[in-house]
Design a binder for this molecule. Structure first.
Ligand code: FA5
Length: 336
């Protein structure tokens, strides 16, 4: 080991470039290097325990010493620049990518709700049948639970079909009063078309307090839509059935792609289903350990992907998950 040390020092003394030191490192410490081979070539089994321990200690000391010596030599060595590089040139423009349009609207919505005092939460994608369905008063034989609509996992869990899976979790965790939104990705076993994806985004929102009424719900929905669209849009509110709200509503937005005349995005109806909502069912409040005699609340489940389509005039939902660079780079550049 002492001889190896002397030889390494002599070699390093002669090397005056980074590349020369690197060659020495490979010769001594590389995979077939002198020091590496030293360990491979001794027969450990022939040694008694004390000798083996002493050998191991000495070997490790030598290796660490050699690594330090090489690192110090590299730090002192001159770096030779082989390529004809002009170090004074400004850096080439870099491509930072852009923020995904769904993230853009999500950020905007989070800011709008934070401005109204809502907390922003997130949610889990792999969910129990209880939180995705049962806790929401969805009957055992409801068609939404069937294989045709839901991705079931072999362990009995589901890929959440809506962000409503977080309603009872949030109520149980935070209690009342509560003002929160929780955006995220949802999964449905869908036949994909211009406005249906199997993987899409929603933003769930709940507000629970004393005396919350439909008037509060409508006021918040109005504030949300006018802040997001920065323009007058035509909406319609109609009754909608969801087992976890009573009464329930469907809030549709006139299709901004065809201005209500009918196109493939709105399936020629002139309307886009965007914002189902309603007053939280007393059974759901009770599942969330909230006393329904004391508190009331509203909930909504905004179709975030569809909102992005309306806001940015995107007629085809499949573009979002397509990875199409030409599509994506139309949106604002990423913040470095
Ligand atoms: C729900 O998912 C309910 N959880 C919403 C809700 C929450 C109602 C709270 C009441 C209270 P729905 O299945 O309609 O409802 O979906 C909500 C929105 O998600 C739709 O209006 C639509 O904008 C969007 N959406 C639904 N399915 C898809 C899909 N396959 N692709 C893209 N967007 C979809």
């Amino acid at each position: 080991m002492e001889t190896i040390k002397d030889n390494l020092l002599k070699e390093l003394a002669k090397a005056d470039t980074w590349e020369a030191v690197e060659k020495i490192r490979v010769a001594f410490l590389g995979r077939q290097g002198i020091i590496t081979n030293l360990n491979k070539n001794v027969d450990m089994r022939a040694m008694n325990t004390d000798t083996r321990k002493a050998w191991g200690r000495n070997f490790n000391t030598l290796k660490t010493w050699a690594e330090d010596a090489v690192a110090a030599a590299k730090a002192n060595a001159k770096i030779t620049v082989k390529a004809n590089v002009d170090l004074t040139l400004p850096p080439a423009p870099s491509s930072l990518g852009s923020v995904h349009p769904i993230s853009l609207v999500q950020i905007e919505i989070e800011q709008i709700f934070q401005g109204m005092g809502f907390t922003v939460g997130s949610g889990i994608h792999v969910e129990s049948e209880y939180y995705n369905f049962s806790a929401l008063n969805i009957p055992d034989d409801h068609p939404a639970r069937e294989m045709q609509d839901t991705f079931w996992l072999t362990n009995g869990q589901v890929l959440r079909t809506h962000t409503s899976n977080m309603q009872v979790r949030m109520l149980q965790n935070y209690g009342a009063p509560l003002k929160a939104i929780f955006p995220g990705r949802c999964f449905r076993y869908e036949a994909v078309d211009a406005s249906h994806e199997n993987t899409f985004y929603q933003v769930e929102g709940i507000m629970v307090d004393h005396n919350i009424s439909i008037a509060n719900l409508i006021a918040i929905m109005r504030e949300l839509l006018s802040s997001v669209f920065h323009q007058n849009i035509t909406v319609r509110l109609r009754p909608g059935y969801f087992p976890f709200v009573e009464p329930g509503f469907e809030l549709d937005c006139q299709c901004l792609i065809c201005k209500g005349h009918g196109c493939k995005t709105c399936k020629n109806s002139g309307w886009i289903e965007l914002l189902p909502c309603g007053m939280i069912h007393p059974k759901v409040l009770a599942e969330g350990k909230i006393n329904p005699d004391e508190y009331t609340g509203f909930a909504f489940g905004l179709g975030l992907t569809r909102l992005a389509m309306m806001k940015y005039n995107i007629p085809e939902i499949r573009l979002f998950n397509s990875g199409e660079i030409d599509f994506l780079k139309q949106f604002v550049p990423a913040i470095a």
